[in-house]
Design a protein around this ligand. Structure first.
Ligand code: HPA
Ligand code: ZN
Length: 332
């Protein structure tokens, strides 16, 4: 049995495996510019975030109907459950679908067909976090928030993703204020490729409660001190960092130093179909490459539940934490 964990940084569109991409392409009559799944997999060699995003947006063309989004989410939830994920807070990118003529309702209702039954079908509790594309305009983000208003009972919070450099968080001040006024939780990608100043700005201007990635905080000791003092969680994605060349190799990942510094680090998969693994694969990989002890692994699992948005159900959080404490260490 794998170590119980929460997944807090997972783009549902990034769980689109090549086999499902071809199946949905055939179902929807979408032509993919790849001969077969092997040919597609050859395109999974990235130099940086943008080279990944190009393929990520291209493959989304196969997602068209509610059933497509339902199938995508169910495929993820089955894999996540098998790797010990007990709770998942799942990002989605509505602007990338709306731009292709797929309405917000199709995306949210389709995902909900899987998420609404996830506890019964997969034993995984879920929440949805709607991300804005930071390389699109602030007006577009605000329109997206308005389009989501009929679905807010299904959305716990907002996030910010896509190409980071050149798109500082403050661009989205008003939309985050509007999201807060609607009672939504707030997170943002910051310090993945962008500078540590973007992390500070996301905290101060956007009022975020968790930092997605946040790796580059290490360049600013005062910021590290603040993140420790304020117990701000970081959702790290180690296999993603290797594939997008934020670190040279997993053995060089600063996770152990970050834990030693007292940062509230969590380990997540980001875009598992593209980066070589799901949540349990990331746990296993850091344990092997960095020689983490069982107690360190347990700390990461505990952190994932501590950092999750389970304030509406503290009993559940306590139950998950008790599962971590009771876990007998053999693998991950
Ligand atoms: O890793 C990521 N970073 C930024 N945007 C993204 N959108 C999907 N995955 C990512
Ligand atoms: Zn991400």
């Amino acid at each position: 049995m794998p170590l119980p964990k929460a997944e807090l940084h997972l783009h549902v569109e990034g769980t689109l495996e090549p086999e499902l991409a071809f199946e949905l392409a055939a179902r929807n009559g979408v032509e993919l510019p790849y001969a077969d799944t092997d040919d597609l997999r050859k395109a999974y060699a990235f130099d940086d975030l943008q080279s990944f995003l190009n393929l990520y947006y291209e493959l989304m063309a196969v997602l068209r109907t509610e059933r497509d989004f339902e199938d995508l989410a169910n495929a993820y939830l089955a894999r996540a459950a098998a790797q010990g994920v007990r709770h998942a807070e799942i990002f989605f990118d509505p602007q990338a679908h709306i731009a292709r003529g797929v309405p917000m309702g199709t995306v949210v209702e389709g995902l909900w067909r899987a998420l609404g039954r996830s506890e019964d079908n997969h034993g995984v509790s879920t929440q949805l976090i709607m991300c804005f594309l930071r390389d699109e305009s602030a007006d577009s983000a605000m329109e997206t928030l308005r389009a989501a208003e009929p679905y807010l009972d299904r959305i716990v919070g907002v996030g910010l993703d896509s190409a980071e450099v050149g798109h500082p968080p403050a661009k989205f001040r008003e939309v985050y204020e509007a999201a807060a006024a609607l009672g939504l939780r707030r997170v943002a990608h910051a310090g993945e490729e962008g500078p540590p100043e973007y992390i500070t700005e996301a905290l101060d201007v956007l009022g975020i409660e968790r930092v997605d990635h946040g790796l580059r905080c290490l360049e600013d000791p005062a910021l590290v001190e603040r993140l420790v003092r304020e117990r701000v969680p970081l959702t790290l994605c180690p296999l993603s960092n290797v594939r997008l060349r934020a670190v040279d190799a997993l053995a060089d990942h600063p996770l152990p130093a970050m834990l030693d510094a007292g940062l509230l680090c969590t380990v997540n998969s980001d875009d598992p179909a593209y980066f070589g693994g799901y949540a349990g694969d990331n746990f296993h990989a850091v344990r092997e490459a960095l020689g983490l002890s069982g107690e360190r692994m347990r700390e990461l699992a505990r952190n994932s539940f501590v950092a999750s948005f389970l304030e509406h159900d503290e009993e559940r959080r306590a139950r998950y934490l008790a599962e971590v404490d009771a876990y007998e260490f053999t693998g991950n």
